[in-house]
Ligand binder design. Structure first.
Ligand code: NI
Length: 184
């Protein structure tokens, strides 16, 4: 089922998430299937649970749409449950980002170039993996959602001024997206 994507201004995007357990996410498989279907329909490369109104510590990534620009991301299709960033490089990269919850906005964000993540898969087995460049960027962007942050929180004060009206337009319901969404 395609879910509504919560847009900027929805309180669900600002709440830190809870650890996923078998008790608080009995519908985990269905939720993951629905999130994948939602992400594919919206042609995005990542979706975190708060973006569909669920306060759970999980996100999915799917680099299929990035194919031509980032060939190394094409097969990057993965579920991250209860992720922790356990290492990040001092070396950073600035690159343009967008977000399904902030339609019409893209801004440069500085992030570590390489990260190591500890996370669980849908069977609750633990894994530890290292990601670089755009994969690391996608993971860090989605991880931010789990802590109640969006990428515009991380841009320079001058750029924040610049996007303020665009953000207010989303809050006021003046922005339209090409996918199913929930707004004020
Ligand atoms: Ni996002």
């Amino acid at each position: 089922m395609i879910l509504q994507i919560y847009l900027y201004g929805q309180p669900a995007l600002r709440k830190p998430t809870e650890e996923v357990t078998k008790d608080n996410a009995p519908d985990l498989r269905t939720l993951l299937d629905d999130m994948q279907e939602t992400l594919t329909a919206a042609e995005g490369c990542g979706l975190a649970a708060p973006q569909v109104g669920r306060g759970l510590s999980l996100f999915i990534v799917d680099g299929t749409e990035l194919g031509e620009d980032y060939p190394d991301c094409v097969d990057f299709k993965q579920v991250f449950i209860n992720p922790e960033i356990i290492e990040q490089s001092k070396e950073t990269i600035s690159y343009s980002e967008g977000c399904l919850s902030l339609p019409g906005i893209s801004e440069n964000v500085v992030r570590p170039r390489t990260i190591t993540v500890r996370y669980q898969d849908p069977d609750f087995n633990w894994h530890e993996d290292t990601y670089t460049d755009f994969k690391a960027r996608i993971v860090l962007h989605e991880f931010d959602h789990l802590e109640g942050h969006v990428f515009t929180d991380r841009i320079s004060p001058i750029r924040k001024q610049f996007v303020r009206n665009k953000l207010m337009n989303i809050v006021k319901g003046k922005t339209v997206a090409r996918y199913r969404y929930k707004r004020n």
